[in-house]
Structure formats: C-alpha cells, structure tokens
Design a protein around this ligand. Structure first.
Ligand code: NAD
Ligand code: WQD
Length: 337
C-alpha cells in the first residue's frame, strides 16, 4: 500500500516509517515541523531501506492535502500529526483544538474527497479519564481527561465514530497508547524534545548526561508500592508494530476499531530511574517534589484485545527500552538539533 504518514518527522511517526518500509509499503511523510525534524524522516528512510518523499506542510491545509492525494494515490493514512504537550494545552487550548481536532477533520475531508477511507489514529489512554478499575480495557466508558490535550483526543475519537456511522466505507483504527518510550535499536532515531522535557524518560536521559541536574519526582505519597506514580511504558518499536498490525487488520474490519497499545504492567518512577541507571551505568540524581496537577497515581493497559484481534503483543522489556534510549541519547545528545 501507499501510506501517508502525517507527523512523520516526529518521534513515533519516524519509527512508523521504518516498520512500514520494512513491511514493503510505500510511504509519503507530511509534517509542518512544529515539533519534528526532516532529519528524522531521512534517517527513517535509510533504516527502512526505502525512499520517502517528505512534504513540509500542515494537515489543516486542505488545498495542500487535495494536491497530495491527487498526486500520490494514497491508500491509507497513519495520522500522528498533532500537538502533545499537556501543560501547553492548558495555556493554549484553542491551538490544541484547532490543530488536533480541526486538523483531523480537514484530513478526513481530504481523504473522503480522494476516496481514501482507511485511517489509523494516534489516541491516548488519557481518554479513559479516571476512576476505572485496573487494568483499563476498551470496553470501559471513556471519561473526562484532565486537560485540553486529552480532551482533544477524546473529541477526535467522537468525530471518527460519527464519521464511520455516516459512511460504511471507512475503516478506522483508534489506537490508545499508554506510555511510549525507547528508540530504534540503531540509536539513529529517537525522541528529541525541544526545551525542557515534559515526559519522564527524556528527562531522566538528560539528567544521566548531566544536561540537567536532578529529576523532580512528582509525588512520593501515591498509594503505590514505593509512593511514586506507576505507568505502562512500552517500547516505541512495539508501538509502531502495533500500528502495522492494525493497518493490516483494517482489511477486514470496517467502522471504528479501538485497540489499547500497552504491555499490561506498570513501573513506578523510581523503578524507571533504577532501570535507566542499570542500562547506562550512570547515576540519575533525583529529589522528591509535589504531585503534578492532573496526574493519576497508577494505570496500565489490558492489552488482550490487541493480542486477540491483531496478534500483537509488546515484545521488548524495560531493559531494552532503557538501553535503546541510552544509545540514542549518547549518539545524539542534542537530539536532531
Ligand atoms: P511528536 O511531537 O514527536 O510528533 C508529532 C509531529 O506532528 C511533529 O513532528 C509535529 O511537527 C507534527 N505536527 C504537529 N501539528 C501538525 C500539523 N498541523 N500539520 C502537520 N504536522 C504537524 O509527537 P509523538 O510523540 O510522535 O506523537 C505522535 C502522536 O501520538 C500525536 O498525535 C500524539 O498526541 C500521540 N500520542 C503520543 C503519546 C506520547 O507519549 N508520545 C502518547 C499518546 C498519544
Ligand atoms: C510519567 C510519570 C509523572 C516527569 C503523558 C500524557 C499522556 C501521554 C503520555 C502524550 C508520572 C512522573 C514525569 C518528571 C516525574 N501523552 N514524572 N517527573 O503523565 O503518564 O502521560 O504522556 O502525548 O496523555 O499525559 O507521562 O512521562 O509525563 O509521566 O516524576 O519530570 O512520571 O508524575 O507519574 P504521563 P509522563
């Protein structure tokens, strides 16, 4: 198939390009470089052993999309493009709704116009909200995410669900990610946050290389074994393999299909720190700080539906995630910059 990867210059999109090429698909990447790098696309193409036309442009630009679909004969779209900084979304909610919701609406309009009805969308476990028993499975009702970023993901899920009801030609995969981390085993592509990292593992990696002094551990009094927050971290290569499996499953599955992508087990912040220290041989100084607003104590996935329906399962363990982040971090201390 010929697949459009929106957000292909970003962290997850660039890893998706590698597995798509390796599976024999053709890929076109679109990204406005708001948080990505053209270098990531070039390196992903090299790793996957293919050519990837890169279009610098915006998913909100309908004219550009129409031209792209007309020229490139796209069969399916993996839609990673979006803004993802939770704190920023509280400061700039309109930018988040315009980009994440508006961008997806425009993309779907262009797909409809071009007769391309197969879409895989990057959603998030944040759509479950809070208060559910663990682990979280797809049969649970969605809740109220604690920030505009999360609400933009929930809104897109609702848009896609209405769209699929309106026209049975749509085949849509909604993938609810838990906490992606890790990097491609080569160390050539990885997560390259701009400014201070918001997420745990990139922050730990920068402390280990002494770019930052100490990790602030947000909360030490959660009702977890060691008092720190627990999350279901999964390797980005497992995550993108899940996308490939979802894309293939859409051959025979119409409408909206929701799948969790997680491992089914959680690790605490302190377990993550220790695992990184072991993988890197460096020490990661940390101090305890107050809880971060909006954070939940602990959550992890029930990955059973993806296992049954996609024959997909996360294969890489925590050591592999940390060793791959460390390899990427050492080879690219400033990311792609
Ligand atoms: P990222 O920021 O590295 O990648 C997103 C890419 O989209 C960036 O390269 C950015 O430049 C591009 N982009 C943003 N707005 C665009 C627009 N309007 N038009 C074209 N390109 C645009 O983020 P990521 O971690 O790779 O995340 C990919 C997707 O997965 C996002 O939709 C994100 O919300 C979702 N997601 C990520 C996580 C995570 O922890 N990383 C978790 C759940 C869901
Ligand atoms: C993990 C744990 C923190 C940083 C977020 C979004 C979610 C999804 C993934 C993406 C928590 C703790 C963190 C630090 C810390 N989004 N922590 N010190 O919050 O589970 O999920 O990213 O697009 O929607 O909400 O991930 O990596 O920020 O935090 O102690 O400096 O690490 O409190 O327990 P989170 P995270």
């Amino acid at each position: 198939m010929r697949i459009l990867v929106t957000g292909g210059a970003g962290y997850i999109g660039s890893h998706a390009i590698v597995v798509l090429l390796e599976a024999g698909h053709q890929v076109v990447a679109l990204d406005n470089l708001a948080n990505g790098s053209a270098v990531a696309v070039a390196r992903a193409a090299e790793l996957g052993g293919g050519e990837v036309p890169f279009i610098e442009g915006d998913v909100r630009d309908r004219a550009l999309l129409d031209k792209l679909f007309a020229e490139q004969r796209i069969d399916a779209v993996m839609h990673f493009a979006g803004l993802k900084a939770v704190g920023e979304s509280v400061q700039q909610p309109l930018a988040y709704f315009e980009n994440n919701v508006g961008g997806t609406v425009t993309l779907c309009q262009a797909m409809e116009g071009a007769g391309a009805h197969r879409l895989v969308f990057s959603s998030s476990a944040t759509v479950y909200g809070e208060g559910h028993p663990l682990p979280w499975h797809e049969g649970l009702p969605t809740g109220t995410p604690s920030n505009p970023y999360g609400r933009s993901k929930l809104m897109v899920e609702q848009v896609l669900s209405d769209l699929a009801v309106s026209d049975e030609r749509w085949h849509i995969g909604v993938l609810r990610y838990f906490n992606p981390t890790g990097a491609h085993e080569s160390g050539r592509i990885g997560e390259s946050p701009r400014g201070t990292p918001n997420n745990l593992v990139p922050y730990i990696a920068q402390v280990a290389t002494e770019r930052r002094e100490s990790l602030a551990v947000f909360g030490s009094d959660y009702p977890t074994d060691d008092g720190t927050g627990v999350r279901d971290y999964l390797h980005v290569m497992d995550l993108v393999e899940g996308h490939l499996a979802a894309l293939e499953a859409l051959d025979t599955r119409s409408g909206v299909n929701v799948w969790n992508l997680g491992t089914g087990r959680g690790y605490s912040v302190l377990e993550m720190v220790r695992a990184f220290e072991t993988a890197s041989g460096r020490s990661v100084p940390y101090h305890f700080a107050p809880r971060r607003a909006g954070d939940l104590p602990a959550f992890w996935a029930d990955p059973g539906k993806a296992r049954e329906e996609l024959c997909w399962k996360a294969r890489r363990d925590l050591d592999a995630m940390m060793m791959d982040v460390w390899r990427w971090q050492q080879a690219n201390p400033e990311g792609y910059d």
